[in-house]
Design a protein around this ligand. Structure first.
Ligand code: TRP
Length: 427
């Protein structure tokens, strides 16, 4: 559940619809689902396994398993990626908090399509406001790590995740009843081969990494908490199914509404924020449903930011463990929060930094992290430790282990290289 909480977040509800909308809807969806199968499944299993076997987070795990520090750079990459993501992730979480407050105050009731778009721009243009709303989730996340109340949050999200899913189901039902919404379903589900460009493939792969939280060691930490008997494969399947379900549902809510109300599917990062308020207007209890939805969205975002910040905090603690004066967890939380606030302010003031950190983290840094992880386990560890490399103790069937290793050694690294180089126009 904790891993699902890390996976389900703004990536599913905010990023998925907007990236799919920019990249041709149905074509993107098909490539995305293929990426989830091809990269998501083996890499999720691999990260969990690294954590479970070593009992450590990325920094300690690569050293413990390889027996030397040659793979330490990979944990540095993971840590840097977490930073780059946090910069813009907290900005968007700030938007969510801003919309929650506005939902409580009923400020967007009665606004039309154009007014909602203009409303977003107005909020956006107040930089102090954006910074303030961005700092709130940073402090909340830091607070959770400071007081070590992760467990409580996990228990909470066990109740709130199903609630979010239920509410989304209801919203989908309402949206699909609106006249003109079927065009949105066609956009989201119609596969058009001509739409698939190298760029679309790269963005779909990046979205897969981002949404499943893979390629930056976040799930290594979660794997390290797994009890011995836990089934890595079953856990991976559960996380993937839940994460994909939420993303699909977001698409089924957003795109029909986009077409019914006359928005532009390629609107960009503000897409869901301008479309959602229009949907609540059509619901039976508009105030309650919008407040509830934005509250749940904020919580889903926070469970993800916790896992992001944890990557950096665990890195600082493990990397300084051999120093004369190792840093305490709380010191690490302070340092990380301060740096994240600096990044957040930069993202608010320089829109290019916001856009590029999103693209570079998903389409370059996480793929690189995933490539490193696959090579580390597939080529280094499996030679050294032989049979120890299998995600599951009870996984004795030889062919399944061979298949897993084959995918990890050849398919994953080659596909990542090909897709990134092609997507960036280098090939
Ligand atoms: N997966 C999260 C989302 O969809 C974002 C996220 C949280 C993440 N932790 C991560 C992404 C670690 C990559 C790595 O919103």
């Amino acid at each position: 559940m904790a891993a699902a909480g890390s996976a389900v977040g703004l990536g599913n509800i905010w990023k998925f619809p907007y990236v799919a909308g920019e990249n041709g809807g149905g074509a993107f969806l098909v490539v995305y689902l293929l990426c989830v199968l091809l990269f998501g499944m083996p890499l999720l299993m691999t990260e969990f396994m690294i954590g479970k076997r070593s009992g450590k987070s990325a920094h300690g795990a690569f050293r413990a398993l390889s027996g030397n520090s040659r793979w330490q750079w990979l944990s540095w990459l993971c840590m840097l990626t977490a930073f780059v993501i946090m910069g813009f992730y907290f900005v968007v979480t700030g938007w969510c908090f801003n919309y929650l407050v506005e939902a409580v105050m009923n400020s967007f009731s009665g606004l039309g399509t154009q007014e909602l778009t203009a409303h977003f721009d107005t909020i956006q243009s107040s930089k102090p406001r954006m910074i303030l709303f961005g700092i709130v989730p940073v402090l909340l996340t830091a607070g959770v790590l400071w007081f070590d109340v992760n467990k409580g949050i996990e228990r909470l999200s066990k109740i709130l995740m199903p609630l979010l899913l239920g509410l989304m189901l209801l919203m989908a039902g309402v949206v699909l009843m609106i006249d003109g919404s079927s065009a949105g379903m066609r956009f989201f589900f119609r596969f058009d081969m001509a739409q698939i460009t190298p760029r679309v493939v790269m963005e779909a792969m990046g979205q897969c990494f981002f949404s499943l939280s893979i390629g930056m060691g976040a799930l290594i930490t979660y794997g390290s908490y797994m009890p011995k008997g836990q089934n890595v494969i079953a856990t991976s399947v559960q996380v993937i199914v839940l994460d994909t379900l939420v993303a699909l549902m977001a698409g089924v809510i957003i795109f029909p509404a986009v077409f019914a109300f006359g928005f532009d599917p390629a609107e960009g990062p503000q897409l869901v924020f301008v479309v959602l308020p229009a949907i609540f207007e059509k619901m039976t209890l508009p105030w309650l449903s919008s407040v509830l939805f934005f509250a749940l969205l904020c919580i889903a975002a926070i469970t993800s930011t916790i896992s992001l910040m944890e990557v950096v905090v665990a890195f600082i603690c493990e990397a300084s463990a051999n120093n004369k004066r190792p840093l305490h967890r709380r010191q690490a939380v302070l340092i990380t929060s301060a740096l994240v606030i600096v990044l957040l302010v930069t993202c608010v003031f320089v829109p290019e930094v916001f856009n590029y950190s999103d693209l570079v983290s998903s389409c370059v840094m996480m793929p690189l992290g995933a490539l490193g992880t696959a090579v580390f386990v597939g080529w280094i560890l499996s030679r050294k430790k032989g049979k120890a490399v299998q995600p599951n103790e009870s996984w004795i069937k030889c062919w399944s282990r061979k298949f897993y290793l084959f995918v990890l050694r050849f398919i994953v690294p080659l596909a990542i290289l090909l897709i990134v180089l092609n997507g960036l126009g280098i090939l």
